[in-house]
Ligand binder design. Structure first.
Ligand SMILES: [Zn+2]
Length: 457
């Protein structure tokens, strides 16, 4: 099997062939850090984390770049509203973002450029675009002139009228063409800004990614990823800037986009008040259950985030960890993903199919009786888990990680001791009462040859 990916640029599934054998450069649009990450922000992070794990497993030397947009108008507005400096706001929300993504088992990217560290590169690329006749200065703004690029609209497959309507472009008197978009805009003295040949100002969002991608991966690189909602105008504009600044050189070879995410059937929106932050979801379910729920839909399909799905995912994680727990006395064989899991992921990252294969492994493990077979299955469960970013905990820790407010570990251990004492004293009624009390508090006891173990249910 070889890796195939659906490439938005050609609208079909293609065999993945890197530019340089054995090496892959991947750029994924990261967050604009002005608030806590919501579940829609987390979807691309988890998906591209699986792709990164797969590429590494397949032996590629991967450079994974995911940026931080730390200068953008939403940040300026949020900082003013919170009475916080921009620095404080972006530092606080970047840290929260990192913590939340770690809780979802997403590994950090290799390079995480921040827009504010690349202002010089942005000024340089904008200058080049002006020089080459693709951009112009008007009233302190610099705009990209869309009609100057013949292939504009190719990535998104939009015609001119769609583009103008889709971008909700601001009609501004200084624009030569209504589709023209901002590369640089003026800042008033009270707003964050940098000196430039066009006066004090700040970059537009699109130019940030073109410049950060180039700085980390060069003019042309293998994979560019992000949410589907970014195809237009953000990615279309990135292509325009980068190609035109480099005399038509190709920007990204493969464009990989994840589908939309809805919450309980509705689009997430401020007006509906249904923004679900990763942070609050982590209070309702462990990170691995959230991650599994995220991977339960194919990345290109829409994903509806709902309470039922989270509960089902938690139960599925319990099933997987139960299989591992049953194998706790077995030394794992080679820790290697099951071939079916690899094959599913190589087929355009088919995570639902990979998860089905993982559940099958768990059932086989539960039925296995031969130690050799158990060792093989344990190795495959762990290896497949690593590839998917799941089963990273010790089963005991998974089952014992109760929600806050539950009965504490010390108390449980004490009650287990009391129960053993009661049994030793042949006070079986008391032992049964302790067991029932614990069951009522969601703690199940299991008596085995090695003593009594417990888990939360
Ligand atoms: Zn971007």
């Amino acid at each position: 099997m070889t890796l195939s990916l659906y490439n938005t640029a050609v609208r079909e599934k293609q065999e993945f062939v890197p530019m340089e054998p054995g090496k892959v450069g991947m750029y994924v649009c990261g967050p604009t850090v002005y608030d806590l990450a919501h579940i829609g922000n987390a979807r691309p992070v988890v998906i591209f984390d699986v792709l990164a794990r797969l590429l590494r497993y397949l032996g590629y030397d991967l450079t994974y770049v995911r940026n931080i947009t730390d200068v953008e108008d939403k940040i300026i507005t949020a900082a003013a509203e919170n009475g916080e400096s921009i620095d404080e706001l972006t530092r606080r929300t970047t840290q929260a973002y990192h913590d939340d993504m770690v809780a979802l088992n997403a590994e950090p990217p290799d390079i995480e450029p921040r827009a504010t560290e690349h202002i010089d590169g942005m000024i340089e690329m904008i200058g080049t675009l002006i020089e080459k006749g693709h951009a112009y200065e008007a009233e302190g703004h610099v705009l990209f002139n869309v009609p100057s690029m013949e292939k504009y609209g190719k990535l998104s497959g939009r015609n001119r009228d769609d583009m103008i309507a889709g971008a909700r472009v601001e009609v501004a008197p200084y624009k030569k063409d209504p589709a023209d978009f901002v590369l640089w805009k003026p800042s008033t003295p009270d707003i964050v800004g940098w000196d430039s040949p066009w006066g004090r100002g700040r970059p537009g969002w699109h130019i940030e990614c073109s410049v950060m991608a180039k700085a980390a991966l060069g003019i042309t690189f293998d994979i560019h990823g992000g949410g589907r909602d970014l195809i237009f105008p953000h990615h279309e504009n990135e292509v325009a800037q980068s190609c035109c600044a480099h005399d038509g050189a190709e920007f990204a070879k493969y464009w990989v986009h994840n589908g939309f995410l809805t919450v309980e059937g509705d689009k997430m929106s401020k007006s509906l008040g249904n923004f679900r932050t990763v942070r609050e979801l982590l209070e309702e379910a462990p990170g691995e259950a959230l991650r599994l729920n995220m991977l339960s839909a194919h990345y290109r399909q829409p994903l509806d985030w709902n309470a039922e799905g989270v509960t089902r995912s938690k139960t599925n994680m319990d099933r997987l960890y139960t299989a591992l727990q049953n194998l706790q006395d077995i030394d794992a064989g080679t820790v290697e993903p099951a071939p079916e899991v690899v094959a599913a992921l190589e087929d355009d990252l088919n995570t639902p199919q990979a998860l089905t294969a993982l559940y099958t492994l768990a059932s086989e493990a539960n039925k296995a009786s031969e130690p050799v077979e158990k060792a093989r299955l344990k190795g495959q469960l762990l290896g497949s888990g690593q590839l998917l970013g799941l089963l990273m905990l010790d089963p005991a820790d998974w089952f014992q990680a109760g929600e806050a407010g539950d009965i504490g570990e010390e108390e449980i251990e004490q009650l287990i001791k009391d129960r053993i004492d009661a049994k030793t004293a042949k006070d079986f009624a008391k032992a049964d009462v302790i067991r029932a009390d614990l069951a009522e508090k969601g703690v199940t006891l299991e008596d085995g040859p090695g003593g009594t173990t417990w888990k939360r249910t």
